[in-house]
Design a protein around this ligand. Structure first.
Ligand SMILES: NC(=O)c1ccc[n+]([C@@H]2O[C@H](COP(=O)([O-])OP(=O)(O)OC[C@H]3O[C@@H](n4cnc5c(N)ncnc54)[C@H](O)[C@@H]3O)[C@@H](O)[C@H]2O)c1
Length: 311
């Protein structure tokens, strides 16, 4: 038997309501993120991209729980520079995102600090493929890849907890992931990192129907350089010099970067793309994975972004 597109939508709608144990009325099917409960949970919020996003949502009134291993000194300095009322809206929670109990605890800490579960969740913590935990060094223990624990299991589990908490509290919300341009490419040098971002971008698209019920928008950005090491053809000479190295931190990385053409986006530009996803609901549908473009960094309209694909 064939199922038409409309039938399929109805089927998935009711299947989803059963899975989530919620049955909203027709009026509630197309929902908007709640604008009254401006509470955010941002993992990895102590550094670069995520702290740049924290600053932007703080400016528009959000209370934010930064969940990270530690705060970068520049993040600490920013918090210390805030006026008392403003600094009360930023709380640091130390955690290891690879530990699911600690992820759960971060949601509870949000409630304890701000009186409500977060309606904006950003699983921003991530690592490149580090030397000790790379595929090629093969040093991972406990039958698991640490890179996957941090870059893939953590954003997926954080999404699952967020959905449960929002449904329990009858709230709508937004979840913004940070994937990578690596999700559009392949690399024998950093296969774990690249595979984790491929899977994450797929997960973002898969979650698109959550916007229908229970009104949770799952979207993501996929930053990267205009032309990055991931895009280069395999070269055995350079391969041996970078295997196991965090590319952007090693001198060898210079071999892969062309200063004329390569351009790593500033964290603020990526954060602006995330703000666009948060606010421009009509333009960017649920399941969107955006590639922030270098032009955005120079202040060009968000319309300069290219969507990497949607659900
Ligand atoms: N910087 C780029 O050019 C770029 C490009 C593409 C994708 N990304 C992605 O953006 C995200 C953030 O990147 P960034 O450049 O801001 O990196 P960053 O290293 O500056 O920040 C990552 C944060 O995650 C935290 N973190 C790492 N492991 C953790 C753990 N186990 N528990 C808790 N916190 C942990 C770190 O402490 C740090 O604060 C990552 O997912 C990264 O893959 C970055």
């Amino acid at each position: 038997m064939c199922i038409s597109s409309a039938d399929h939508n109805i089927t998935s709608f009711y299947a989803l309501s059963l899975i989530l144990h919620c049955s909203p009325s027709d009026d509630e099917r197309i929902t908007m993120p709640n604008t009254l409960q401006q509470i955010a949970l941002v993992t990895g919020g102590g550094s670069r991209i995520s702290v740049a996003f924290v600053k932007q949502i703080h400016r528009i009134g959000y209370s934010i729980l930064i969940a990270d291993l530690a705060l970068h000194p520049s993040a600490s300095a920013w918090i210390e520079s805030l006026q008392p009322e403003a600094s009360q809206r930023v709380v640091f929670f130390q955690l290891d995102v690879a530990d699911w109990a600690q992820l759960e605890a971060s949601f509870n800490r949000c409630v304890a600090s701000f009186g409500c579960v977060p309606t904006l969740v950003v699983p921003g913590a991530g690592v490149f493929e580090p030397s000790s935990n790379s595929f090629w060094e093969d040093q991972d223990q406990d039958s698991r890849y640490k890179v996957f624990d941090i870059n893939l299991n953590h954003p997926i589990k954080t999404t699952r907890i967020a959905v449960r908490k929002l449904v329990e509290n009858n709230l709508q919300g937004t979840i913004i992931h940070i994937s990578s341009i690596a999700a559009q490419r392949s690399s024998i040098i950093t296969p774990l990192y690249t595979a984790s971002k491929h899977a994450l971008s797929s997960f973002i698209r898969e979650m698109a129907p959550l916007a229908e019920i229970p009104g949770i928008r799952v979207v993501g950005v996929a930053p990267g350089s205009k032309k990055s090491p991931f895009s280069l053809p395999f070269d055995s000479n350079t391969f041996h010099s970078v295997v196991g190295s965090p590319l952007y931190e090693k001198r060898e990385a210079a071999k892969f970067l062309d200063p004329e053409r390569d351009y790593i986006l500033p964290p603020e530009a990526v954060a602006s793309a995330m703000m666009t996803l948060l606010r421009q609901l009509d333009e960017y549908e649920p399941g969107t994975v955006l590639l922030p473009r270098d032009r955005m960094a120079k202040g060009v309209s968000p319309r300069g972004f290219r969507a990497a694909g949607t659900g």
